[in-house]
Design a protein. Structure first.
Length: 447
C-alpha cells in the first residue's frame, strides 16, 4: 500500500472528516455508520503467499471500499490489514442493507497470482449518534465490536453494544497482564487423570495450563488461552509447558515411582512453527525424558491446514515414539478420510457431547458419541471421553466400549504433589470405581 498516505496521516484526516460529518448529521437529524474490519488470517497469507500477493489483496479491498462511497461517505486505511468506512444514512432502516452489502462485496474472491483468495473478515459496526458523539469514540466503539467478532471465531459482522465494550476492555486488560505473566511465574500446571473404567488404573494424565492472576485470582483458561494464541504468546508459553512437564516427570521418576504418559496440548501456532519438532526433542533430551512419555494433543482444525506438511510432522513425532491424540473430536471436521490419512492414536470426545449423553433429550449427543465409537473401533483407535461427571454418563460410555475416562467423576485436575501420591498407590482409583459401580447397580443400570 505504498501508493497511499501513511496510516497515521490517513487516520488524522479521517477523524477530522468524521467530526465534520457528525456536525452535518446532527444538523440534518440523520445517522452515520462506522464500519471497521480486518482480514482474518492475514499474517498467514503474508507468510505463505508473500508480500506482493498480500499487498494486492489490500489494494483490491480498498478499491471495493471506495466503490461503496456515496456523496460524503469516507474510507480510511488504518494500517496493516485494518480499514474503516463511514457511511451516511437518513434512517436506521438502511443500516442492515448498507452493512450487509459492503460485507458481501468485500468477501468476494480476490485474484492473486494464479489462485483465488476469499477474504474472511471480522467487521465491527458502530452508529452515530447512538454509540458515540465524537469521532474517536465512534472509531473505538467499532473497534470493540470488531474485536468481539474476532473472539467469537471471526468471519462475521458484530454490532457495538455497551456489554461488548465492557468485554473488550476486560480482554484488553487481560492481554496487557499476560505480557509478563510467564516471567512473573504466574502460570502453573495441573494434571487430570485418564482412568481405565474397567480396572480403575490411571493410564495417563493431561497437563492443563492455569493462570494465577495477582489481583483477580485464577483466570479461566477459556478467557486467556485464546489471547495467548491470537498474540503468538502461546509459542513461549507452550515451550514452558513442555519443560514443566519434563521437570515433573523427572521428579516423579526420582521419587522411585513408575510414571505414565502425559498429554500436552499443542496449538496450531506451535505446530506450524519452524523447528517445532527439533525444539521439543531438545527439551526432552535436556531433561532425559523418554519420548514415549509424551502424548501430543492437537485439534482437528490444526490438522486440516496444509495436510501433507502436517502428515510429515506427525510421522516424525510418531517415529520418535510419541503418541498423537485429536482433542475435542466431533467439534470440527470429523472426517473419515483425514483419520485414515493422519497417523493418529487416540480420539478425545469433546465434553460438550458427553454432558447428559444418557438423557433422551440429548439424543443428538448420544447419536454423535455412538458414531464416534463405531468409527474409532473400525480404525482401531483409542478413545478418551472428556468431561465425564456422572455415573449415568459412565454407564452409557461403558456400554459403547469406551474404556478410558477423564473427568470429575474420577478426579479433578491435580497438583504435582497429589499426582505423586496417586502414583505411589500404584495409580489406582479402584475405590472410586467400586463406588460408581455400586451406584449403578443400585439403580439397576448395570448387572
Amino acid at each position: 500500500m505504498k501508493d497511499l498516505p501513511q496510516p497515521g496521516v490517513m487516520r488524522e484526516h479521517f477523524l477530522t472528516a468524521v467530526a465534520a460529518q457528525m456536525r452535518q448529521a446532527k444538523a440534518n437529524d440523520s445517522y452515520l455508520i462506522l464500519l471497521r474490519f480486518d482480514i482474518d488470517g492475514f499474517r498467514k497469507l503474508n507468510e505463505q503467499s508473500g508480500y506482493l500477493d498480500a499487498d494486492r489483496v489490500l489494494k483490491i479491498l480498498f478499491s471495493r471500499i471506495k466503490s461503496q462511497l456515496l456523496d460524503n461517505d469516507l474510507a480510511c486505511w488504518l494500517g496493516a490489514d485494518e480499514f474503516a468506512l463511514l457511511l451516511g444514512i437518513n434512517s436506521k432502516d438502511e443500516i442492515a442493507s448498507r452493512v450487509s452489502g459492503a460485507y458481501a462485496l468485500l468477501r468476494e474472491p480476490c485474484d492473486i497470482s494464479t489462485v483465488g483468495f476469499q477474504p474472511r473478515l471480522s467487521l465491527g459496526v458502530a452508529l452515530y449518534p447512538d454509540d458515540s458523539l465524537d469521532g474517536d469514540g465512534l472509531v473505538l466503539a467499532a473497534e470493540s465490536a470488531q474485536q468481539h467478532a474476532k473472539t467469537r471465531g471471526g468471519a462475521q459482522i458484530n454490532y457495538y453494544s455497551r456489554k461488548i465494550h465492557k468485554q473488550a476492555l476486560h480482554l484488553s486488560r487481560l492481554e496487557k497482564d499476560l505480557q509478563g505473566a510467564l516471567t512473573r511465574k504466574e502460570f502453573y500446571l495441573l494434571y487430570q487423570p485418564k482412568v481405565d473404567s474397567t480396572t480403575g488404573i490411571v493410564k495417563g494424565f493431561e497437563a492443563l495450563l492455569r493462570w494465577q492472576h495477582p489481583e483477580r485470582g485464577v483466570i479461566s483458561p477459556l478467557e486467556f488461552i485464546p489471547i495467548l494464541e491470537e498474540n503468538r504468546m502461546i509459542l513461549d508459553v507452550g515451550e514452558w509447558i513442555f519443560s514443566e512437564v519434563c521437570l515433573a516427570l523427572g521428579r516423579w521418576k526420582k521419587a522411585g515411582v513408575d510414571v505414565v504418559p502425559i498429554s500436552v496440548n499443542v496449538s496450531m501456532h506451535q505446530f506450524k512453527q519452524a523447528g517445532f519438532v527439533e525444539r521439543l526433542v531438545d527439551i526432552l533430551k535436556l531433561h532425559d525424558i523418554e519420548t514415549k512419555l509424551i502424548d501430543i494433543e492437537i485439534t482437528e482444525s490444526c490438522l486440516m491446514d496444509d495436510g501433507q506438511e502436517n502428515i510429515a510432522i506427525l510421522n516424525q513425532l510418531k517415529s520418535m515414539g510419541m503418541s498423537i491424540s485429536i482433542d475435542d473430536f466431533g467439534t470440527g471436521y470429523s472426517s473419515l478420510s483425514y483419520l485414515k490419512r493422519f497417523p493418529v492414536d487416540t480420539l478425545k470426545i469433546d465434553r460438550s457431547f458427553i454432558t447428559n449423553v444418557h438423557n433422551r433429550r440429548e439424543s443428538d449427543n448420544a447419536g454423535i458419541v455412538t458414531a464416534i465409537m463405531a468409527l474409532s473401533h473400525s480404525l482401531h483407535l483409542e478413545v478418551v471421553a472428556e468431561g465425564v461427571e456422572s455415573a449415568h454418563e459412565l454407564a452409557f460410555l461403558y456400554a459403547l466400549g469406551c474404556r478410558t475416562i477423564q473427568g470429575f467423576l474420577f478426579s479433578k485436575p491435580l497438583k504435582e504433589d497429589a499426582v505423586l501420591e496417586l502414583l505411589e498407590t500404584s495409580f489406582s482409583m479402584a475405590e472410586t470405581l467400586v463406588k460408581v459401580r455400586q451406584q449403578l447397580q443400585a439403580r439397576e443400570l448395570i448387572p
